[in-house]
Every structure is written in structure tokens, then in C-alpha cells.
Design a protein around this ligand. Sequence first.
Ligand SMILES: Nc1nc2c(c(=O)[nH]1)N[C@H]1C(S)=C(S)[C@@H](COP(=O)(O)OP(=O)(O)OC[C@H]3O[C@@H](n4cnc5c(=O)[nH]c(N)nc54)[C@H](O)[C@@H]3O)O[C@H]1N2
Ligand SMILES: Nc1nc2c(c(=O)[nH]1)N[C@H]1C(S)=C(S)[C@@H](COP(=O)(O)OP(=O)(O)OC[C@H]3O[C@@H](n4cnc5c(=O)[nH]c(N)nc54)[C@H](O)[C@@H]3O)O[C@H]1N2
Ligand code: SF4
Ligand SMILES: [Mo]
Length: 741
Amino acid sequence: MTVDEWQHTACILCECNCGIVVQVQDRTLAKIRGDKQHPASRGYTCNKALRLDHYQNNANRLTSPMRRRDDGSYEEIDWDTAIAEVAEGFQRIAKTYGGERIFYYGGGGQGNHLGGAYSSAFLKTLGSRYRSNALAQEKTGEAWVDAHLYGGHTRGEFEHAEVAVFVGKNPWMSQSFPRARVVLNEIANDPARSMVVIDPVVTDTARMADYHLRVRPGTDAWCLAALAAVLVQENLCDETFLAEHVTGVDAVRAVLGDVDVADYARRCGVDEQLIRAASRRIAGAGSVAVFEDLGVQQSPNSTLCSYLNKLLWILTGNFAKRGAQHLHSTFAPLFSKAGVGRTPVTGAPVIAGLVPSNVVPQEILTDHPDRFRAMIVESSNPAHSIADSAAVRAALAELEFLVVIDVAMTETARQAHYVLPAASQFEKPEATFFNLEFPHNTFHLRHRLFEPLAGTLPEPEIWARLARALGVVDDAELRPLRKAAADGLAPFTAEFLATVSSNPALTKVLPYVLYETLGAALPDGLAGAAALWGLAQKAAMTYPDAVRRAGHADGNALFEAILTQRSGVTFTVHEYADDFNLIGHPDHKIALAMPEMLDEIRALRADRPPLTSHEFPIVLSAGERRAYTANDIIRDPAWRKRDADGALRVSVEDADALGLVDGGRALVTTAAGRAEASVEISDTMLPGHASLPNGYGLDYSDDGKVTVPGVAPNALTSTEWRDAFAGTPWHKHVPARIERL
Ligand SMILES: Nc1nc2c(c(=O)[nH]1)N[C@H]1C(S)=C(S)[C@@H](COP(=O)(O)OP(=O)(O)OC[C@H]3O[C@@H](n4cnc5c(=O)[nH]c(N)nc54)[C@H](O)[C@@H]3O)O[C@H]1N2
Ligand SMILES: Nc1nc2c(c(=O)[nH]1)N[C@H]1C(S)=C(S)[C@@H](COP(=O)(O)OP(=O)(O)OC[C@H]3O[C@@H](n4cnc5c(=O)[nH]c(N)nc54)[C@H](O)[C@@H]3O)O[C@H]1N2
Ligand code: SF4
Ligand SMILES: [Mo]
């Protein structure tokens, strides 16, 4: 490869996965630019993508499987030993306690979902069925509401929205939809368009807003209920839309009709006239798109806030039209459609197939016979990212068997019996299933830029070796498929249909079967892309017209396009009316009345004591997204151009009262722990509200020197502070005491 050849890949630091082109040199990402050919990002990146070499090349990459010795230190072992012992270890657990006691956490991060797609053969064969990941500490409440309302996931079409509404969401920093800063600037600069932001902080996004509803932290439910109530009480609903496409409206109308808007405005700290004006703007707009995120999803009343937020766009008919809210196609589901189950020990709700992250320690640290005994963690760092890190670490230490698959020796890996080193995201084919747009939805398979670092393996290969060790499928059953794959996709498809009809059990371990057969026939180290063949067939069957409109004759044509189009493909092109067909209910109508949520709205009338106290008077938002945060993905602190310590932001008023100085140090104490932080006095913060960024407090060792910049947010959070419906944490609302040091 010559140095000045631009290769196509994507940024892996947030769910946008912007297309980038890079020049590689000696295994480094020497030059990085936005990829103008990428169908979603169209050349856009934020500041973070340009620093990706700190992820690819840093002193903390793992280069060998590791086994823990009795004294807690680790020794390097070879892959054959590691695979054999890991498979044996889980078989022992399954035999002794049952496979259900093996818990799977993670499976992908912001840039990598292909690996986890191959985990099922190994896990299902063992009998493991409980799983979770970070979505269970943010999106499960919303998912529960979505399932009831329309049985799908919605996204706003911000690019064309007349009014954009951001609830506890700061897209200038956290992005999350394509070309976020470009779109935000366009809305802000167009007098005919408006932005509504609900956030206690004057964020970069709030600064651009026409209506900044500066709620007191944790009071969004009253603000959103008031906004929805104004729609009903001032007759601003889209009655034609409601009559044709929505059921259960009267029950919702009755509850909202009783809301005392003036009182709720007072309780959330927002001027009543501003609330009324924002509601009227939403109702009068030709199109409205909304985004709710962690500011409400990780605060009190989070599931209720999700419901109320959705009422805003449903009551005003902002669905199935340009610039509004949409039920998009999915290439692979991020959530399982399974109904709500319960966890074995605490009986917490399992929504979308995910155990709430917050109960993970309690599901292990107990004498209960059904406790989890073993765990496999892939591409996640729960010892740092789940509430109450001390409790999580104690729980992990209690497990009889823990295996971690990661690129680095993380806080979680250091509790493991075995650590399996993964090839980085630029050393294997990768992709994500964050394919959430409408009417054009895109999928991007990235080809590898480098051979796997010596000693590492891509996850699809790790999972395949583990499955082979269990003897999941008799190899003789795979031979016809392997032979057909060598002849091309058409013969493979025919053989596949014949094989699975005579042996339906193979569909249960489909990704493994595809990897072992089709994978071997794919060019350029693309074996890991084999599972996409099955997903492409499924997409073509589920959305035949939309896939054809995107230019793909059938599933095989779509798969070919995915393999060859290096900047990604548009896999569905929908028409706006298709939104109605995507509603999961048999009548294709939105079912608006959720009895539990209507009760919650009624319950808002009662007085509620604050969660803060004399001892912990300040609300700490633990885990804010900033210019140089990217979850736990980059450990090398040198990637940050500023905010090296991840400052504690406090209001001018609190700083005065506490004697804090800008750049000085402070001690933060909560019910769960304490930490020292650098202080930044900021006029963006309300009195009584402070914030710390996410992704800090990771240790990094280089040449024997260990540094731990900033505060690990979950040293300060508690697992008990969580939503009653979904178990999602209140990371943004942690009562705290701050003292000058
Ligand atoms: N730079 C960067 N971008 C990222 C990430 C990253 O680590 N760094 N992570 C990605 C991931 S995984 C996610 S989930 C998204 C999250 O994206 P966001 O949800 O936008 O991120 P946060 O900064 O955690 O929280 C959003 C806002 O909530 C506000 N907030 C705090 N308390 C309250 C409250 O009580 N009510 C309201 N209404 N707002 C409140 C905060 O002031 C903040 O502006 O970001 C993604 N993008
Ligand atoms: N207090 C507080 N806690 C929070 C949040 C908050 O706002 N406040 N936010 C929550 C949210 S929204 C999220 S999404 C979570 C995120 O937290 P996690 O679920 O822990 O996910 P990441 O931080 O993305 O962790 C990524 C891990 O994957 C590893 N990795 C990188 N590349 C690869 C690869 O190619 N293969 C493998 N196997 N591993 C790889 C990295 O080394 C890292 O250990 O944090 C949550 N925790
Ligand atoms: S961090 Fe997100 S928005 Fe920024 S370049 Fe990467 S993928 Fe795009
Ligand atoms: Mo997240």
C-alpha cells in the first residue's frame, strides 16, 4: 500500500460512525479526513475523528491471551490453550449450575457490532440466556414505551425539520444524528426554523436555541407534562391525524386536561409563558423532530419523560411526513422484541432482552441459588461504566469464572480469569447496527486497514474457535455449504435453503454457520462479514420495495453492494407513507394510552421531596459528553487537546458560597464515594448543579508510568438510584457535597 492512497473506513467514537478516509503509514493512521462519498455523513466529522490514531496505537494494547495466576498476576498463554480452557470453564459452570447462570455483557460499542453478532452459537449451546449492555442504562425505558406505542424505534429527520426539539440532549457535543453541527447551524441561521432545548445547562446547543427551557435538574416530567397539557388545553392537537392514526387519545386528553400548567411551570423552574410559546411553536410547525437523551434518560422519572416527550410529536401529528419523526428500517435489531421478563435474583424488569445494568452487582453478590456464577464481557468496561464501580468490582471478583474480550487491560479485564485480546477496529472488518435513518437508511461495512496486531484475533474468529471447542455443529454438515460458497452466491443461496430445510437447527447458530462456510469464501480477510449475508436477505424480505428503491434487486445484490462499496450503502429508500406500515400493531395505529404512564402523570400532582439533602445539597451530573470524551474507548490521555483533568463544572454562585477557585481543587462526596477534581467555574451552570465528564478516570500506563486523569464518574454513583419501570440509572442526578481543597 503506498502512503498517499486514501482508504475508506469510519470513525468509531460515537454512534454516527462518520465515514472517513485515511492514509496509513507504518501501522499508523497518518492522515484522516471526512469521506465525502459516505451516504450519511457526506464528508462531515467532528474534532474527535482526527485523533483516532490514539485508539489504534497506544501503549495499552493487549497482544496475548492472559490467564490469571493464583496470586492475581497474569501470565501470557497461547490461543489454543486459552480457547480450550475458556470453553472448559464455561462448560463446567453450565454443568454445575446450569447455563442460565452464565451472563453475557456487552457485545459492541460505538463502532463495533460485528463481533457480538457471532456470540450466539457459543452462548446458546451452553444454555446462557441473560444478557445486557449499555443500552440497559439509557434506552430501555424508551424502548418499553416505544414497544407499547408503535412497536418500533423512532428517529427525527432533523435535516428537514422546521422545529427541532432536544430534551436532555446536547448534540453539538454528543452528535448522534448525521452531520449534527451542520444541521444545528442551518436551523439556527434560518429564521423560519426553530430549536427548542430542555436542559438546565446553557450548553452549546442551548445557546443556539430559540426556546431554551432551563429546567431545574430532575424536573423534566413537570415541564414535559405542561408542554403536552398546553397542546390539549389550547386545542392545538392535530385532530385529523389523531382520528385516523391513533387510538386511546381520550384517556390521554383527560389526564392532560387536568394538569395545572402554571403550577407545573413553577415546579420545573421555567416561565409559564415560555412553555406556552414553545408548545404553540411545536403545534404550529409544518414538521417537528425530537431527540431525548441522557439528560432525561438518566434522571428521575426517565420512563415517564420518554412517554411525555413522545406525546408532543404524536399529538401534533408529526409522523410520516418530511422533517418529522419516523419508524425507520433496521438492518439488524439493536433490541430484541422479547416481552418484559424478570431477572433471577432481584426480579428487575428485563426489557428488550436486557438486564438493567444497575442490578448486575445484586444479581451476583448474594446467596441466592439463581445468582450469576460466570460472565463473559465483550467490548465493554462495566467495572468503570456501571453505577457504583466498587460494588461492580466486588461482584466481578465473586464470580467463579470471568472472561473479558477487549483490546486493552481494562478495569474489568483486571478482574477476569482469562482476557482474550481482540484485533482493533481497524484490523478487521467491522460495522455497526446504528442504522436509524429515514427515508434513506445506510449501512457501512468497513474493510480492515491493517493485519491484526500480532497475538490478537478478530471477535468472529474468537467466537468460532469457542464454538468449535464445544462441537456446536458437526463439520460434515457444513461441507456442502462450504463447497457451494466457493462457487458463488447463487449456488450458496440454493444450497443454504436446501440445507436449513433439512436441518432447521442450523438456523439457531446461523452466524456461526455463515462464518464457517461463506466466510471462508469471502475475499480480503472479510470472513467476519459473512453474517451480513443473512441480514441482507432478511432486509430484502422485510422491506422489498424500499430495498429495490435503493437499487438492490434482492438480498444477494444488497450483500454484494455491502462488500464492494467502501463508503457504505443506502440499503432502504422509504416513502413517507411507509411509516404507517412500519407500526408494529395489527391495526397500524399508534396506541397512545399507557395506563402505567397515565397514573404517573396523575401522580405528578403530589409534592415530592428533593433527592438532595442537607448533607448532599448539590445535584451532580456524573458523565457529561464534552469535546474530548468518547466513553471508555480511548485510554491514552494524550488524545485530549484540552480539559486534561475533566474539570468539575460548578456555578458562579456555588463557587462563591463554597470558596472554590477556577483551576483549584475540590473534594466531591456522595453516598457512594468521594473523589478529587479540578474546578471550572462556569456561568452555564445553575446554582445547585455541577457536572463531571464521562470517560475519565481510566488508568493508562506508559513505560511503567501510570496516570489516571480526572474522575471515574461511577466512583460516585449508586445502583439503587434507578427508574422504577426500566431500572435505568440516575447518573445525571447524584446528590453530592462539594468542598474546597
Ligand atoms: N463527545 C462525545 N459524544 C458522545 C459520547 C461521548 O462519550 N463523547 N457518547 C455517546 C453516547 S454513548 C451517548 S448515549 C450520547 C449521549 O449524549 P447526551 O445525552 O447529549 O450527553 P450528556 O452530556 O451525557 O447529557 C446531555 C445533557 O443532559 C443535560 N442534563 C443534565 N441533567 C438534566 C436534567 O435533569 N434534565 C435535562 N433536560 N437535561 C439534563 C446535561 O446538561 C447535558 O447537556 O452521546 C454520544 N456521543
Ligand atoms: N456515570 C455515568 N456512567 C455512564 C454514562 C454516564 O453518562 N454517566 N453513560 C453510559 C452510557 S450511555 C454508555 S453507552 C456506557 C458505555 O460504557 P461501556 O458499555 O463500558 O462501553 P465503552 O465505554 O464504549 O467501552 C468500550 C470498551 O470496548 C473496548 N474496545 C475498543 N475497541 C474494541 C474492539 O475492537 N473489540 C473489543 N472486544 N473491545 C474493544 C474498549 O477498550 C473499552 O473497554 O457508559 C455508561 N455509563
Ligand atoms: S465522534 Fe461521532 S460525530 Fe465525531 S467524527 Fe466520530 S462518528 Fe462522527
Ligand atoms: Mo450511550
